[in-house]
Design a protein. Structure first.
Length: 313
């Protein structure tokens, strides 16, 4: 059966560890794998704007010996309403893998259901699993392990990053603590799925409304923009609720909150960042920040995922 990566829990714990191990090996020997030699093509579809995803997948496919076929869907019939299933059938006959950065999760699930090649979620409104693979690789590099570590996320707990941290972190055996206002609580089906995984891996998943309590004793504190693609029209409302004004109950990741973490607490941000809103400039650019390693690891973890999926297709 063709394997897809549509959400973080599409990889079992041992499989996730295998991908991360391969990512580490590929980072040490960047040009040592030619999985896509031929070259075999990978279709990378974009409904949304992108920098890190576009660059990391394009470069990674080329380094694996393949041909990156980067497609702006608005320039295709998909942008005019062609059936997703028909697009999947056409692409499956010509490319080795399909990656798609799109809106609703149901869209990529429809693509995968009709595709006969692996499909990768390059971001949807509900999940961002490729980013969390890179984040887990980064945490392992700096802390040496994942199991038993505590990752706190501040901000919109219903965002794709929060959802992927819950699933991916629980799969890795981590305690994942989401700090968000009640109105931005993670989706209940995601919390339930993460709790089921945590029960098997010795992890834990938590939701708290106190941002300081979320950061207490954390090994890693992560955040993301408060108004991401598709929610820009609610930006003013989100700033008011999440509190970028610097009040004590703000969900902004700043120096006082970072100080609540354990010594050596890492700072993650998937970028782009709005300094002074969801994160203070001194924290983003400070010694605890590993955001540039995190961004680089999108390349290595992406290559590893491609190679792993093709091996298990």
């Amino acid at each position: 059966m063709t394997r897809h990566f549509l959400r973080d829990d599409d990889l079992a714990p041992a499989e996730q560890a295998d991908v991360l191990d391969l990512a580490d090996a590929m980072k040490k020997d960047r040009f040592g794998w030619r999985t896509l030699a031929g070259p075999r093509a990978v279709a990378v579809l974009f409904d949304k704007q992108s920098l890190r995803t576009r660059v990391s997948l394009t470069v990674g496919i080329a380094e694996l010996g393949g041909h990156p076929l980067v497609i702006d869907t608005q320039a295709t019939h998909l942008g005019r309403g062609e059936a997703i299933e028909d697009v999947a059938r056409v692409l499956s006959r010509q490319v080795a893998v399909i990656a798609w950065r799109t809106f609703a999760q149901q869209r990529i699930e429809a693509l995968a259901a009709a595709a006969t090649v692996p499909v990768i979620n390059a971001l949807t409104d509900q999940f961002h699993p490729c980013q969390v693979l890179a984040d887990l690789q980064t945490i392992r590099e700096h802390h040496g392990s994942l199991g038993g570590r505590t990752l706190a996320f501040l901000g919109d707990g219903a965002s794709n990053m929060a959802h992927s941290y819950l699933l991916g972190g629980a799969t890795a055996g981590m305690t994942v603590r989401i700090g968000a206002p009640e109105r931005f609580r993670p989706g209940e089906p995601v919390m339930a799925a993460a709790a089921r995984i945590a029960a098997q891996t010795g992890a834990a998943v938590e939701f708290v409304t106190d941002p300081r309590a979320a950061c207490e004793g954390a090994d890693v504190i992560a955040t993301d923009v408060w108004a991401s693609m598709g929610t820009e029209d609610t930006r003013a409302e989100r700033l008011a609720v999440l509190g970028s004004s610097g009040r004590d109950d703000s969900y902004r990741l700043d120096g006082p909150k970072l100080a609540l973490g354990r010594p050596g607490c890492l700072v993650l941000h998937c970028l782009p960042a709005h300094r002074g809103e969801e994160i203070s400039a001194d924290v983003l650019d400070g010694p605890n920040s590993v955001v540039w390693d995190q961004a680089e690891n999108r390349l290595h973890s992406g290559k590893a995922l491609l190679a792993w999926l093709l091996e298990h297709a």
